[in-house]
Ligand binder design. Structure first.
Ligand code: SF4
Ligand code: SF4
Length: 113
């Protein structure tokens, strides 16, 4: 008890050691690998990004002209963007936000989420 009281008092009057994420976020550092978006209108559906993806979270559907990306299984290595010779994948250094619904994103030339 005698050892615990100083620790409790110190914690009561000191700042929290962690941020209240997701209410309080840290600014991303330069070059951070973050959110990805596909411009399906610029894509030729070659499938290179799918073949390069080590997490298998990407599917290029040539027949229906769709790209399906699961942001919750993505490891944000950005290999897909580096390998896309059409420049159809945009990378940002902002983090993908948490969500209650772990749905994949579908990109088509007409519909961009
Ligand atoms: S590598 Fe680029 S052009 Fe090829 S399917 Fe992926 S996004 Fe489209
Ligand atoms: S960033 Fe990496 S893991 Fe995510 S879709 Fe691209 S290649 Fe796959």
């Amino acid at each position: 008890m005698a050892r615990m009281v100083p620790v409790v008092l110190k914690n009561l009057f000191s700042r929290p050691a962690t941020r209240r994420y997701p209410f309080e976020t840290r600014a991303p550092f330069p070059g951070a690998r973050g959110r990805l978006t596909w411009n399906a209108a610029a894509c030729d559906f070659c499938g290179d990004c799918q073949r390069l993806c080590p997490a298998a979270c990407l599917e290029v559907r040539r027949e229906t002209k769709e790209i399906v990306h699961d942001p919750f299984h993505c490891i944000y290595c950005h290999l897909c963007a580096e390998g896309c010779w059409q420049g159809a994948i945009t990378v940002e250094n902002v983090y993908f936000k948490p969500d209650y619904c772990k749905a994949a994103h579908t990109y088509t030339p007409a519909i961009q989420p």
